[in-house]
Design a protein around this ligand. Structure first.
Ligand SMILES: C[S@@+](CC[C@H](N)C(=O)[O-])C[C@H]1O[C@@H](n2cnc3c(N)ncnc32)[C@H](O)[C@@H]1O
Length: 311
């Protein structure tokens, strides 16, 4: 793993992340998606030495890489875990409250570019796609065991693929002849159904859909969001950067619900349900990357950052 920080992964919206996350330079911060440590490095240079930074990633290689990159900072605790287990991590560290949390969702460029991880449709590799290689279920497993309806749901919901049903049917037909283990085979299956002009987009959608399913990405996000509120100090912030419309919608609706929990009909003169807001939305619209950043880092194009502050 000899990547330079630039080629490992370029952090998105770096200055905006530091600006919105840090409310107390001596506070305790959780980075739930440490990755290549790009955001961490930017944030740590702005924090005091006695601040505490907890870097979580479910990918052991990301933790290893960040440990090297961030070795000059002595106030970082590294944790191999899913951010959905935030409560377990904080309990183990005997930390009761935090000042901020960052979730920069999805995969890193390093994970996509690494040959044996199976995230990219551009190379012929095993269909693995696990971010956490201690987990057992791979993308190949899903393709070989799920029924047609389940595959259709994954392709349609997570991939927003119009030909989901036909691709799911073709997967089931193909695997009657041979197991599906390699990305070339999956591309072949898609080629049988999708007209060649549209294939690249379908590859991207189907591979993304499988990755989301293998890593249970939406479930983890949902669990983590609820837990962050519990652990944030008053005034502490939760920042989420999403790259997929389903994730962004989940974050947007979560913040909206926590900011306006009242269930009383609008014609009621006074609230009687008693539900009080837990958070305040710092920006109503998602924060997006500038054209300049997008030119330097095309991945930034789909980034949507939302910020909630504990009341
Ligand atoms: C977009 S990258 C983060 C890049 C990082 N912010 C940086 O600047 O280098 C996402 C990282 O989050 C990790 N990840 C994704 N979902 C996770 C989850 N539920 N729990 C823990 N880590 C997760 C991935 O393994 C990957 O390393």
């Amino acid at each position: 793993m000899s990547e330079s920080p630039r080629s490992y992964h370029l952090p998105v919206l770096l200055s905006e992340v530091s600006k919105y996350l840090i409310t107390n330079p001596e506070g305790i911060y959780v980075d739930g998606t440490l990755g290549g440590g790009g955001h961490a490095e930017g944030i740590l240079t702005k924090l005091n030495k006695n601040a505490q930074y907890i870097g979580i990633d479910q990918d052991k290689e990301a933790i290893q890489y960040s440990k090297k990159r961030l070795k000059r900072f002595k106030n970082v605790i590294y944790y191999h875990s899913n951010f959905a287990d935030l409560d377990i991590v904080l309990n183990q560290l005997k930390i009761k409250m935090i000042d901020g949390i960052l979730l920069d969702l999805g995969v890193s460029s390093y994970q996509i570019d690494t040959d044996d991880r199976g995230f990219s449709y551009m190379k012929d590799t095993d269909l693995d796609m696990r971010m956490d290689r201690d987990k057992s279920q791979t993308a190949g497993d899903l393709l070989n065991v799920l029924d047609e309806r389940e595959l259709n749901t994954i392709f349609y919901t997570y991939g927003e693929e119009r030909r989901a049903r036909q691709i799911a049917r073709e997967v089931v037909k193909y695997r009657k002849q041979q197991q599906i283990l390699r990305s070339d085979q999956l591309r072949d299956i898609i080629d049988r159904v999708v007209y060649h002009r549209f294939r690249i987009k379908s590859y991207a959608r189907i591979f993304q859909a499988l990755r989301i399913a293998v890593n249970r990405e939406l479930d983890s996000l949902e669990e983590a969001l609820e837990k962050t509120i519990k652990f944030l100090h008053q005034g502490g912030r939760c920042l989420v950067i999403s790259y997929h419309s389903l994730e962004d919608r989940m974050v947007k609706n979560f913040f909206k619900k926590k900011a306006n929990p009242c269930t009383c009909p609008p014609e009621f003169p006074k609230c009687i349900c008693g539900l009080k807001p837990d958070i305040k939305r710092i920006t109503l619209k998602a924060i997006k990357a500038s054209e300049q950043e997008i030119n330097e880092n095309p991945r930034a194009r789909s980034a949507h950052m939302r910020v909630g502050e504990k009341i």
